[in-house]
Design a protein around this ligand. Structure first.
Ligand code: ATP
Length: 643
């Protein structure tokens, strides 16, 4: 069979076409990054081979020196990146270079707006990897042979990036992958040795295997003083440092190098917010380099998304996404962990529960928390606020998940509060405590559907009057968080929407007396309400929390809160009926008016309307809205008849 017969043409997955178009346009201004992406892939391919060779050293054949080579051909106008790494089989080529097989793809494409400037920012987060070759090339040829397969099992992939690619079987002498970029007419600057070398130094210095370029030989020549200078032969020379970055001394690594290394391991194009690089010797021996990203990945909330650290054992790459070393609430952390205590043949299963894993996890968790603490305490809060906006909701899983670090995580939490007139979550528990009123020994919070709903809740009335701060919570996870975070700095956290609220310590004797008096006087009215409302309420009480509203509902101290009920209902869970406690404001004109209504039927109607109103304010909806409306209408009619 001739090659043309065997050549097959395949169409790209629709998303690839879209990605290619978007990428070529939006990344053009930063086109040199294609080299970083391709060298990064080549280095990953070497890592994967080294790992497999741990159990089968024959995969190396007679070529055990892993490296990447970049060669330039001015005549053919090509730039070639060759590696002697793992290579790919035909199936792998089809999956890897014909589709986008990574997590977050769906989320990414659903976020594209069609507005090029907005979309180009997103693409940086998503990462384009191999396809970035098409920014500078109008044709790309990939020749690859999987390690351990014969020369004639190699495959050639070729495409001009316009919707389809071809595959042909070829023979390739050596293992690994050559990526040949046929440069576009106006991209010949990438044929300059100096230019390419400087890009490699800029982006790929940290790659742990040598990235080599060909150095031409020089003929024998005469020196300045007439002496003979010997001829040199052409040779491959490493143009990067070629040592694992994390093994180098901190003092020798600059920020640019840390940033580039982050991009290499995370496939994120945005620079990280912060990092922590540590070498630990003693009981356990390891080096960790952990980064806090600036942007949340597309799949942060996808439970199946892979996360975790890149694991090395004594500088040998073992696996990506080793999730055992970070608790789930820190799953956004990227980084490298290089252990000297784990065996080279460690598997995910073995990692599950070894003592070493536990101690590494403890160490890494505490490093990350320290790094976050430092950011949280910085005078300039910009970085921490950026972090909080992206990852705050994940961190809120912490108190429920990590008992040992509960207090530390609690200090990192930020909330909206009545102290600040903004929905932005800026207030820490420590700053709340520092502002607590004399006699106040609890931290007050309110959970609602939204910041606006929380801010306007009738439950806040008395707190406003007394000038007591209340934390305003409206994230989906908040109700769950507050179930686990019951205390901070020795102070109980208390929901202002629950019964058992006692602010009497903050009142002077006169107010207390007045309240007691009001309660006594109102006792019979409360009883009348209770009788009228019957089974609809758990109890009727005189409220100490209202100043402007006539009534409100609260849940009993140990009953499930309204927000929790809503949350459970929204995921289809059956919730036992929780009856509200109905609190009345005896000072309110409407309540006074109702108390004077003699007709029991009308009184009942009023009581029910008042209760429904309070339920509406609390829950945002009613079980029987039509009944509420008809009751209200009948009362309005009777009022207008009187007028
Ligand atoms: N030089 C190579 N050798 C072996 N496999 C490769 C090589 N280059 C790419 N691949 C394979 O193709 C896949 C897709 O590469 P691509 O660069 O598009 O994505 P990625 O590296 O997984 O992630 P990102 O897009 O974020 O860089 C890789 O995961 C790898 O399996």
């Amino acid at each position: 069979m001739t090659e043309t017969v065997q050549k097959q043409t395949h169409g790209f997955q629709a998303e690839v076409k879209q990605l290619l178009q978007l990428m070529i346009h939006s990344l053009y201004s930063n086109k040199e990054i294609f080299l970083r992406e391709l060298v990064s892939n080549a280095s990953d391919a070497a890592d994967k081979l080294r790992f497999l060779a741990l159990s089968d050293s024959s995969l190396y054949g007679n070529d055990g020196e892993l490296r990447v080579r970049i060669s330039l051909d001015e005549q053919a106008k090509t730039l070639t990146i060759s590696d002697n790494g793992i290579g790919m089989t035909q199936e792998e080529v089809i999956t890897n270079l014909g589709t986008i097989a990574k997590s977050g793809t769906k989320e990414f494409f659903s976020q594209l707006s069609g507005d090029q400037s907005k979309d180009s920012k997103l693409i940086g987060q998503f990462g384009v990897g191999f396809y970035s070759a098409f920014i500078v090339a109008d044709k790309v040829t990939v020749r690859t042979r999987k390690a351990g397969t014969p020369a004639d099992a190699a495959i050639e992939w070729e495409s001009s990036g316009e919707g389809e690619y071809s595959l042909s079987p070829i023979s390739k002498d050596s293992r690994g992958t050559d990526i040949i970029l046929h440069l576009r007419e106006d991209e010949t600057e990438f044929l300059s040795q100096w230019k390419v070398e400087s890009i490699v130094t800029k982006y790929s210095d940290h790659i742990s295997i040598p990235v080599e370029m060909w150095q031409e030989g020089t003929p024998e020549r005469d020196g300045e003083d007439g002496e003979k200078i010997a001829a040199t032969e052409g040779h491959w020379k490493a143009v990067n440092k070629a040592t694992a970055l994390w093994m180098r001394d901190k003092s020798e690594i600059n920020d640019d190098e840390y940033n580039e290394f982050y991009k290499h391991i995370s496939h994120d194009w945005t620079e990280p917010l912060s990092w922590s690089h540590n070498k630990v010797e003693g009981g356990t021996n390891y080096t960790s380099l952990l980064y806090v990203p600036k942007k949340a990945p597309f799949d942060l909330w996808n439970r199946e998304a892979r996360h975790g650290l890149k694991l090395y054992v004594q500088r040998v790459f073992i696996m990506d996404d080793a999730e055992q070393f970070m608790p789930s609430y820190l799953r956004f952390i990227k980084g490298v962990l290089d252990s000297s205590d784990l065996p080279l043949n460690v598997s995910r299963e073995i990692l599950q529960d070894t003592k070493v894993t536990q101690s590494l996890r403890k160490g890494c968790t505490s490093r990350v928390l320290k790094m976050l603490e430092k950011m949280a305490k910085a005078e300039d809060q910009t970085d921490y606020q950026t972090f909080w906006a992206e990852f705050g909701q994940v961190l809120k899983e912490g108190p429920g998940e990590d008992f040992a670090n509960k207090e530390t995580v609690a200090k990192l939490l930020r909330f909206a509060s009545t102290h600040e007139d903004t929905a932005e979550q800026k207030v820490s528990l420590e700053s709340y405590v520092s502002r607590m009123k004399e006699g106040q020994d609890e931290i007050f919070f309110l959970v609602a559907d939204s910041y606006e709903a929380a801010k306007h809740s009738p439950h806040l009335e008395v707190f406003r009057k007394k000038g007591i701060e209340v934390l305003l919570l409206s994230d989906r996870i908040d109700e769950w968080l507050m179930q686990h975070l019951t205390e901070f700095d020795g102070k109980k956290l208390r929901s202002v929407a629950k019964g058992g609220l006692d602010l009497s310590k903050l009142d002077d004797e006169e107010t207390k007396k007045a309240q007691e008096e009001a309660e006594k006087q109102f006792a019979s009215v409360a009883e009348r309400f209770k009788a009228a409302l019957g089974e609809q309420v758990k109890d009727v009480k005189v409220s100490h929390r209202l100043t402007d509203s006539p009534a409100c509902v609260v849940t009993d101290e140990f009953d499930m809160s309204t927000q929790m009920i809503k949350l459970m209902e929204s995921v289809g869970q059956k919730v036992p009926e929780v009856k509200p406690i109905f609190e009345l404001n005896p000072e309110h004109q409407l309540v006074k008016h109702i108390a004077d209504v003699q007709d029991e039927t009308q009184f009942k109607q009023w009581a029910e309307v008042l209760l429904d109103q309070a339920l509406l304010a609390e829950r945002g909806s009613l079980k029987q809205p039509a009944t509420f409306v008809s009751r209200l209408n009948s009362l309005l009619l009777s009022l207008s008849a009187k007028a």
